[in-house]
Write a protein that binds this ligand. Structure first.
Ligand code: 1HA
Length: 271
């Protein structure tokens, strides 16, 4: 892994290997809980990976073997609003981060060792795929610590594991083993801890061999109904981008620039 040039963060690490980016939450002393700064850095790194033309897959993970991420940092959670940054301003853009992961047109793979709980569980949930180590533990904690994510945290979970199971996970705040998570369709595979990164890289490399546009359109399609009109917008944006590459679209642009009426007669109305 090579650190990405010019990207020095305090709470995360951002590295790359061939066409794969790896973003690591690096706060092991708090089980990789995120504070406002962590989320800002994650958004910045994901933005970079999104726009880097030579990155084809992105891994999100946590430092060490004990945790992927334990959610919002309860030590900076204020009493009258939310999570405080170092200036005391209460804001946590983790919902923006969730949507960013869904909207960026490349596969994002959660690589989970140890705990993925609370808002950390929602982060793995919004990733496209999850590779879990045998020691992974999954769960929501909100109702136990006075919080909840009734957005993607609830709705996307229900679409992933079914409504009854999603309500159980949120209402009872139990923890689930990697095998239980696999059985309920919450993760894609479970591997021994010492195989976690190799297996994740295998999955990423396999996707890198495939058509980037196919993966891009599939991701947008999978997310479209859950994200409502914003999901359709994403899918439609991809359709427009593809259309712009066609002669039919170019004729419209050329006619405008050449100050003549467009001639679309040579473009068939396909059945
Ligand atoms: O619900 C939301 C949101 C909803 C809507 C919109 C935005 C949201 C944003 C965030 C969240 C949330 O994430 S709420 C849920 C917050 N997270 C939790 O409730 C998990 C709390 N942690 C635990 O349950 C456990 O620590 C653990 C299962 C992850 C690990 O247990 P373990 O291995 O027994 O270790 P433990 O001793 O508990 O923790 C090790 C150290 O890490 C402790 O530090 P120490 O007190 O000894 O100095 C512990 O306090 C710290 N730590 C662990 N998790 C957190 C944490 N410190 C701050 N925040 C944490 N989340």
């Amino acid at each position: 892994w090579t650190p990405v040039a010019g990207k020095n963060y305090s709470d995360i690490r951002y590295e790359r290997l061939d066409g794969i980016a790896k973003i690591t939450i690096a706060r092991p002393e708090v089980r990789n809980a995120f504070r406002p700064r962590t989320v800002e850095e994650l958004i910045d790194a994901f933005h970079h990976a999104h726009h880097a033309p030579d990155i084809g897959a992105i891994i999100l993970t946590g430092e060490g073997e004990l945790a992927f991420c334990s959610g919002g940092d309860q030590k900076v959670r204020g009493t009258d609003g939310g999570y405080k940054d170092e200036e005391g301003v209460q804001h946590l853009n983790v919902l923006d981060l969730q949507m960013q992961i869904r909207r960026l047109p490349k596969p994002v793979v959660a690589m989970v060792a140890g705990y993925a709980v609370g808002g950390g569980h929602v982060l793995h949930l919004v990733c496209d795929l999850t590779i879990a180590a045998e020691n992974a533990r999954f769960g929501q904690t909100g109702p136990r610590v006075g919080s909840f994510d009734a957005g993607l945290g609830a709705g996307l979970l229900a679409r992933t594991v079914g409504l009854k199971k999603a309500k159980e996970i949120w209402f009872l705040c139990r923890q689930y083993t990697a095998q239980e998570a696999l059985d309920m369709g919450l993760v894609n595979t479970v591997v021994p801890l010492d195989r976690l990164e190799a297996e994740t890289l295998d999955w990423c490399r396999q996707m890198l061999r495939h058509s980037p546009s196919s993966l891009r359109l599939l991701k947008a399609g999978f997310n479209a109904d859950t994200d409502g009109l914003a999901g359709i917008q994403e899918l439609a944006g991809n359709a427009t981008a593809l259309f712009y590459m066609s002669g039919e679209a170019r004729e419209g642009r050329d006619a405008f620039l050449e100050k003549r009426p467009p001639d679309f007669t040579r473009f068939p109305r396909r059945p």
